[in-house]
Design a binder for this molecule. Structure first.
Ligand code: NAI
Length: 461
């Protein structure tokens, strides 16, 4: 029977990163993956392809809206959807092949197929059973559709179908104003579709800083997205005739029947653990269907779990960090993840990024804090690239000045946030950031000015 020190099930960001680090730390490692390509949801039908479409459609938006102002004259750009899809596929292939290369370089074996765990210490793929001293479940998540709504991935789609629609629809109804709904809603809105986002709650992007939520929604509305807030979608049905989907929503105790060419169901994701045999093994689960863990160990000796299949934010980088920490633990080191400093980014235009506490959370905790805010209107670089809308807000302890959180909506927010992540890892005060020289002209000066706003005040506002 072939045997390994570690067998990891799933080659998404959690699994492949864990495998590479295990191998680097001297463990004989294999990964079981049933998809044709490595990289999991993130590389194949998630983060990476959506970023390709967001980049392409943002470029279209720039050409349509800002080229003329910069003195660039060109014929109005036309969209070649087939070519945009081919570009997206090239981006996916380049990334997934990259993981294959890294596996070979680090001597990680890829066992192709779908795994089950017939007994502790054993992984079965097809007709072969492998021995493993340690098994890691990194099987990720899948879209959680609404009850009674049938997904065909053609007209009623999840994010997977929305990335590969055969044609650009004239209208899209997006159920759920979360990250997926707003990113993919933005893509189709820029491509000319009429996009209506239906959200159950009163605010978009649940859990995000309230001020950012309001500013973000205002900006998206300006870009043409329509919102129906406080409304629950009750049913979705493909019409028997014509090219449309009928859906019903309930708002203020009234039912409304509407239609769209495509309905995107973006109401969250759930752990994907089917077929592993966890119930027969007696693996303890949480009430939300996640694998219960304690420092990544399940209740079965030698069986571990990381990423979306376990509690915590469903983010690729959270899974990656857990993969590294677990590899270190399995190699006898002390792996650790600081769950207080996990950034979240929404890759719309402008980008939205946050880390640490929101004002709402600090108020609820009764913690005295100060908020230093700086608008990108006061940032020379942002104004030069039509990106003056938005702000940086740093939250710091009222007494110690220690940075507790940061919320950014504006240019390159997803990159700027990492200055704050590093500051928080070092337990920095806002003054530490304020006294650090930042190159001019950069967007990062807005972060420094927000830090200054926690003290004696910013210069440029
Ligand atoms: P989400 O949990 O972020 O948002 C779902 C939204 O749907 C919520 O606002 C909820 O109130 C609403 N909703 C639920 N049922 C509804 C109904 N019947 N009618 C109307 N509204 C309803 O989920 P989403 O966007 O599907 O994302 C899933 C996961 O994937 C999240 O954990 C997210 O963080 C992750 N993700 C992260 C990305 C990033 O980091 N950029 C990109 C894409 C996904």
């Amino acid at each position: 029977m072939p045997s390994y020190d570690v067998i990891i099930i799933g080659a998404g960001p959690g699994g492949y990163v864990c495998a590479i680090r295990c191998a680097q730390l001297g463990l004989k490692t294999a990964v079981v993956e049933g998809r044709e390509a490595l990289g999991g949801t993130c590389l194949n039908v998630g983060c990476i392809p959506s970023k390709a479409l967001l980049h392409a459609t943002h470029s279209l938006h720039e050409a349509q809206h800002n080229f003329a102002a910069m003195g660039l004259k060109a014929a109005a750009p036309e969209v070649d959807w087939a070519q945009m899809q081919a570009y997206k596929q090239d981006v996916i292939d380049g990334n997934t092949k990259g993981i294959e290369f890294l596996f070979k370089k680090n001597k990680v074996d890829w066992i192709k197929g779908w795994a089950s765990i017939p007994a502790p210490g054993q992984v079965k793929v097809g007709d072969t059973t492998y021995d493993a001293k340690k098994i890691v479940i990194a099987t990720g998540s899948e879209p959680s559709a609404l009850p009674g709504i049938e997904i065909d991935e053609k007209t009623v789609v999840t994010s997977t179908g929305a990335l590969s629609l055969p044609t650009i629809p004239k209208s899209v109804a997006v159920i759920g104003a979360g990250v997926i709904g707003l990113e993919l809603g933005s893509v189709y809105s820029r491509l000319g579709a009429e996009v209506t986002v239906i959200e159950y709650l009163d605010a978009i992007t649940p859990g995000m800083d309230g001020e950012v939520q309001k500013t973000f929604q205002r900006m998206l509305k300006k870009q043409g997205l329509k919102f129906v807030m406080g409304a629950a979608v009750q049913s979705v049905q493909t019409a028997k005739t014509g090219n449309k989907v009928l859906y019903k929503l309930r708002k203020n105790d009234k039912e409304e029947a509407l239609e769209a060419e495509v309905v995107l169901v973006a109401t969250g994701r759930r752990p994907f653990t089917a077929g592993l045999g966890l119930e027969a093994l007696g693996v303890e689960m949480t009430g939300r269907g996640q694998i219960a863990t304690n420092h990544y160990a399940t209740n079965i000796p030698g069986l571990y779990a990381i990423g979306d299949a376990t509690p915590g934010p469903m983010l690729a980088h959270k899974a990656e960090d857990e993969g590294v920490a677990l590899a270190e633990i399995l190699a006898g080191q002390k792996g650790h993840v600081n769950y207080g400093v996990i950034p979240g980014v929404i890759y719309t235009h402008p980008e939205v990024a946050s880390v640490g506490a929101t004002e709402e959370q600090l108020k609820e905790e009764g913690r005295a804090y100060k908020a230093g805010k700086f608008s990108f209107m006061g940032n020379g670089r942002a104004k030069a690239v039509f990106a003056g809308d938005g702000f940086v807000k740093i939250l710091a302890d009222a007494t110690t000045d220690r940075v507790l959180g940061c919320h950014i909506i504006g240019p390159a927010a997803g990159d700027l946030i990492h200055e704050i992540c590093v500051a928080m890892e070092f337990g920095a005060a806002a003054e530490d950031i304020a006294r650090t020289c930042h190159a001019h002209p950069t967007f990062s000066e807005a972060v420094r000015e927000a830090a200054m706003a926690c003290g004696d005040g910013p210069i440029h506002s």
